[in-house]
Design a protein around this ligand. Structure first.
Ligand SMILES: NC(=O)c1ccc[n+]([C@@H]2O[C@H](COP(=O)([O-])OP(=O)(O)OC[C@H]3O[C@@H](n4cnc5c(N)ncnc54)[C@H](O)[C@@H]3O)[C@@H](O)[C@H]2O)c1
Length: 443
């Protein structure tokens, strides 16, 4: 074993290793929290100066992490927020948590990962562990990152160490912080895996060793494709059962009583977030390289992306039943974030729903306690602000459309005062039946 490896292991073992985090978003910041809680010093690097400013001012830019954490970041000497790459020279381990979106033609866009890798190459020194956390296709760590890092003249497995450890962060799930979720760890060689395991073992509930970076990369994709396919399945069943006048939600609850061989997934208005709508295409792209079509993935994508249209059709028909033309309708949308209890609108199906409804000239407003403004997005810029959820706003609308079922919403008020509720999440089920005065259409 080289001196570089021995010294790095010693620093990790006695927690004097400094850890650099590249990308202080929904993944990098909770990970920083887990590292800080376990005694490590963290150098948080982001190219977005606004994030560094926010941290310096104690402004909580990710709501679910809580103001206390941002107050702590502002005060503690154990965290340095920076946009200066020179600060990363001090880092003994560098963990990369940057976006991995899709390009124009649904191809993987590795530009963020590769620009980070270039940046690391410029500042790297012997005795550093580099680990990629961003979701990606198998082979990225070894075939895309390693050749760039090797250009530094340092040797992987001797001077520096390289691994992949996918992030499984579940934003908004209070019971599962980054440190509580088991993590997969696979290096490009055995020593890289050993060293990465030593670090993650101290930070998360359980670090699970796999034989290579490629296994860890593939396992992450399997996890997210599994979700996408099962959500599509239950969405397809929703469409069929709805026409048979059978409630999909009751059916899922019933099937869930089977203690083996079934895991419950729930229908909804379509996929959102930075993972499930995007990651499956990383495998589809890689599969084409070896001559395969990923039919399950394509089909699931097709069904899930058709959901916003299905919801809008349901709204239109339900209004028609009430004698209201959709072009004259006043629609109050509830919840625009991509899932409940978060302030993240990325890839939210609400955007397509708004676009489709707007094309039909309805009057639209929304209430989302987590999104006071609907921010500009890659494809959309609606310039809308959340309205207060009042009896008047509900009564004034021809339809309340539940898109995301945040917990801190008064569903009782809606059930009491709305004429029509189109509910894509079965949210009104939490109101006792006797108090549901509105006509409720599940979509
Ligand atoms: N959000 C989730 O729930 C989640 C869960 C599991 C895995 N992931 C994966 O984790 C990765 C990161 O996702 P996220 O949700 O944290 O994204 P994010 O957009 O919230 O954060 C990424 C951050 O990286 C910064 N960044 C971009 N280029 C950079 C560079 N060259 N150097 C340093 N910083 C840079 C951005 O400014 C941003 O602050 C993605 O691959 C995603 O698929 C996300």
């Amino acid at each position: 074993m080289s001196d570089s490896a021995r010294q790095l292991i010693e620093k990790i073992d006695n927690q004097t290793a400094k850890v650099g985090i590249l990308g202080l978003g929904y993944v990098g910041l909770p990970l920083s929290k887990a590292l800080l809680e376990n005694g490590f010093d963290v150098i948080g690097f982001d190219v977005d100066h606004r994030k560094i400013d926010s941290i310096e001012k104690g402004h909580a830019y990710i709501e679910h992490l809580g103001q206390d954490f941002f107050d702590f970041l502002k005060e503690t000497k154990k965290f340095t927020g920076t946009s200066d790459k020179a600060d990363l020279v001090e880092a003994d381990a560098i963990l990369i948590c940057v976006p991995t979106p899709l390009g124009k033609h649904n191809d993987p866009d590795l530009s963020y990962v590769l620009s980070c890798t270039e940046l690391i190459r410029e500042i790297m020194r012997p005795g550093q562990l580099i680990a990629l956390e961003s979701t990606t296709y198998p082979g990225t760590t070894r075939n895309e990152m390693m050749p760039i890092l090797d250009q530094s003249g340092l040797t992987c497995g001797e001077d520096y160490f390289l691994a992949y450890s996918p992030e499984r962060e579940d934003p908004g799930n209070a019971g599962r912080s980054a440190g509580e979720i088991p993590k997969l760890v696979g290096g490009v060689d055995d020593l890289s895996t050993d060293i990465a395991m030593k670090l993650y073992d101290q930070v998360v509930a359980k670090a699970h060793r796999v034989s290579s970076a490629e296994v860890a990369e593939s396992a992450k994709l399997l996890e997210n494709i599994y979700r996408s396919v099962n959500i599509a399945l239950v969405n397809e069943m929703k469409i069929v059962l709805s026409d048979l006048d059978i409630d999909i939600w009751e059916v899922v609850e019933a099937a869930k009583t089977k203690p083996f061989g079934f895991q419950a997934f729930y229908p909804g208005p379509g996929l959102g977030g930075h993972c499930i709508p995007i990651d499956p295409f990383y495998l589809s792209w890689k599969a084409r390289e070896v001559g395969h079509n990923t039919r399950f993935i394509e089909l699931a994508g097709e069904i899930n992306t058709s959901m916003p249209k299905y919801v809008v059709d349901k709204v239109s028909r339900a209004l028609n039943d009430d004698g209201v033309a959709i072009s004259k309708a006043n629609i109050l949308m509830l919840g625009l974030a991509y899932k409940k209890n978060v302030d993240d609108p990325r890839e939210t199906p609400a955007a397509e729903i708004i676009e489709r409804l707007a094309e039909m000239n309805c009057t639209l407003s929304y209430h989302d306690p987590h999104l006071p403004e609907f921010p500009e997005m890659r494809k959309y810029d609606f310039k809308m602000s959340s309205v207060p959820l009042t009896e008047e706003a509900i009564r004034k609308s021809d339809c309340v459309l539940v898109i995301t079922d945040h917990d801190n919403v008064d569903y009782g008020l809606i059930a009491k005062h709305a004429k029509l509720v189109v509910d894509t999440r079965n949210a009104l089920e939490r109101v006792p039946e006797a108090e549901r005065k509105a006509r409720i259409v599940k979509a």
